[in-house]
Design a protein around this ligand. Structure first.
Ligand SMILES: *[C@@H]1O[C@H](CO)[C@@H](O)[C@H](O)[C@H]1NC(C)=O
Ligand SMILES: *[C@@H]1O[C@H](CO)[C@@H](O)[C@H](O)[C@H]1NC(C)=O
Ligand SMILES: *[C@@H]1O[C@H](CO)[C@@H](O)[C@H](O)[C@H]1NC(C)=O
Length: 591
């Protein structure tokens, strides 16, 4: 039998034996590859042989490498159509159950995800006969791996279960929350919120909350850490009064937990808890917890809390922000950890709209200024990237007066990423400042960037010139951009001469035809006499770009003669690009 693929590459023409052989191949890469094409194999086999041959074979393959098992777990989640639809879907539970018991966490997690998917497709009868018994079997399995997986299946099993089975499942979840193995309690803790979403409301208070409370005081940090995740979902599911009575004290205790990882997680999620508990309760009860986290002894916790300052403050009344949070913000702006300052810098500008103009000027501007001068470049960058938010609140005049000196300084920052961020902000700043003020304050700097030692800065500088020309118009560009750019054409360093060419090319479409032909083109032509071949072939490329922008007569009179000369150059690259440009000329003059 011929076992090579058909010429047209149709995989369904692969003999089945070859496909199965590949699944048994000693080479992991080949096995992985064929597992990723399991659906093709199943299609070739047909539904019945997929059920009778392929699925049992896969069930026996659960000892493979993790990456193969992971791919298998994923594929099986999409396999219902290949075994004959929902009525046969329970057969997929067999290999998935084996995968739920493997040692590798990612494989188990994927198997749980796929099993939940398949579980939703099962008909009633299969739920009762196969799915629920399977979840119970896993939940009481001898190995902790099966119990860990079981926790993730309760939500989808409960959704489909009848009332007797539901009571059983709830009892089993209680046992899992109190399991001797911390790994199982961890899984129970992190799945509790999802489980609660499908449990009847009255049962949440009666049964789940006591289990949850036990988990919140678990002796293992890692269990409490994951229990934090349940606070938001549970608070949302409970009636407001119940949530305040049972969840709020837990959040407050968590924010003072002895493990910083737990406190870190609370800082991350406090805003969701505020959403669940409502603004009134948040304002009254959670502000002290937040302030405590902002002043936490552990830098990681302060990073997490600082990053939430503006979102949290949006829930508060103005005077509360001023009295409770702003003092912390001031402290954090000179925190000993650069990461805390960077986290604050990324969001602190968003406080301006919350506080309004007067308070921003009085209280926030000093903070911005000190962060703009921070020794850590990420801090400065984070502030720059949000400047427009402040602008909208205090207006451009004040922004210019107070922040422009700092911006001028950053334009020459020793870190090129900071310089780049400033350049990218320039067109926006220009539109706000207006032509005259801009020219006076930042014009010379825009030219200096063209001679930066870093290529990305020079490139950004040429883009910036084009945007400025678009903003202020062709006449402004003629008076303020073209002369200084052309003036740099004799720079002794050829890289800067090259930048001038690029700058000319980016300004060319914006300036008038007159300026282009009378002022800029002669400079480009003069560069064709440069001694560096690199410059010369770039002249050829530039001229090609200018061809569509100028009259045919200019092409004939000026551009073509120059290119013809380059076409005879000693350097092969120069000749090549001159030749290309000449073809473009001919296309235009012919048309
Ligand atoms: C599936 O594999 C498990 C071992 O991983 C085995 O105990 C079980 O009997 C197999 N089931 C079938 C139906 O082959
Ligand atoms: C919570 O823990 C206590 C003490 O270990 C135990 O007696 C109680 O049954 C637990 N509650 C639940 C709902 O598991
Ligand atoms: C909060 O912590 C205190 C002191 O450790 C403790 O007495 C109280 O029971 C805890 N409250 C909750 C809801 O866990």
């Amino acid at each position: 039998m011929n076992s090579t693929p058909d010429d047209n590459g149709d995989e369904s023409l692969y003999p089945i034996a070859v496909l199965i052989d590949e699944l048994k191949n000693e080479d992991v890469a080949l096995r992985l590859n064929s597992v990723k094409r399991l659906s093709t194999i199943a299609l070739a086999l047909g539904e019945e042989r997929t059920r009778k041959e392929l699925i049992p074979f896969l069930n026996d393959s659960s000892e493979d490498e993790d990456e193969v098992l992971l791919a298998m777990a994923e594929e099986l989640g999409r396999f219902v159509p290949y075994v004959g639809g929902p009525n046969h879907a329970h057969e997929l539970l067999v290999p998935l159950e084996s995968l739920c018991c493997t040692e590798e966490t990612v494989v188990r997690d994927k198997a749980v995800e796929s099993m939940s998917k398949v579980g939703q497709d099962l008909p009633e009868s299969s739920v009762a006969e196969s799915f629920i018994p399977l979840v119970k079997r896993l939940a009481t399995g001898e190995w902790f791996t099966s119990r860990v997986s079981a926790c993730g299946l309760f939500a989808s099993a409960y959704r489909r279960a009848g009332s007797t089975q539901r009571a059983d499942l709830r009892a089993m979840y209680r046992d899992l929350c109190a399991d001797d193995t911390p790994m199982v309690r961890r899984s129970a803790a992190s799945n509790l919120g999802k489980f609660a979403e499908v449990v009847e409301p009255e049962m949440i208070n009666k049964e789940l909350i006591p289990q949850f409370q036990n988990l919140t005081v678990d002796e293992q940090d890692s269990v409490r850490l994951l229990t934090v995740d349940g606070c938001g979902p549970l608070a949302r599911l409970l009636p407001k009064d119940d949530a305040v009575r049972s969840i709020l004290p837990i959040v407050q205790n968590f924010s003072q937990d002895k493990s910083w990882r737990v406190r870190y997680n609370v800082a991350q999620q406090l805003c969701q808890m505020c959403d669940a508990l409502g603004p009134e309760v948040s304002r009254r009860e959670l502000v002290p917890a937040f302030v405590r986290l902002l002043r936490d002894s552990e830098a990681e916790v302060r990073v997490a809390a600082a990053g939430k300052v503006s979102v949290f403050c949006k829930q508060l009344a103005n005077d509360q922000v001023m009295q409770a949070v702003l003092p912390c913000v001031k402290e954090l702006s000179s925190d000993s950890s650069q990461y805390v300052r960077a986290a604050l810098a990324a969001v602190v500008m968003e406080l301006a709209p919350v506080l309004g103009k007067a308070a921003t000027i009085d209280s926030l501007l000093p903070v911005f200024l000190s962060l703009l001068k921070d020794e850590f470049p990420d801090v400065r960058l984070n502030i720059i990237s949000k400047l427009d938010q402040v602008n909208q609140v205090i207006g451009i005049d004040l922004l210019a007066q107070s922040l422009l000196p700092a911006i001028e300084e950053l334009a020459e920052d020793k870190h090129w990423r900071v310089r780049l961020a400033i350049i990218e902000y320039i067109p926006l700043l220009a539109s706000q400042l207006g032509a005259d003020f801009f020219e006076e304050k930042l014009g010379p700097q825009c030219m200096r960037w063209l001679q930066d030692s870093v290529y990305s800065i020079r490139e950004a500088a040429t883009r910036n010139l084009m945007k400025l020309a678009q903003e202020f118009g062709p006449e402004w560009a003629r008076d303020h951009l073209v002369p200084p750019v052309l003036g740099m054409v004799n720079n002794p360093h050829y890289l800067y001469r090259m930048t001038v060419l690029v700058a000319i090319a980016s300004l060319a479409p914006v300036v008038s035809h007159d300026v282009l032909c009378a002022t800029m083109l002669p400079v480009v032509v003069s560069c064709s006499k440069d001694k560096v071949p690199n410059i010369k072939f770039n002249v050829a490329k530039m001229l090609e770009k200018l061809v569509p922008l100028v009259d045919a007569s200019v092409v004939e009179r000026t551009i073509k003669p120059c290119l013809l000369e380059l076409h005879e150059d000693a350097d092969v690259d120069v000749r090549f690009f001159a030749h290309q440009a000449l073809s473009s000329c001919d296309a235009v003059t012919a048309a």
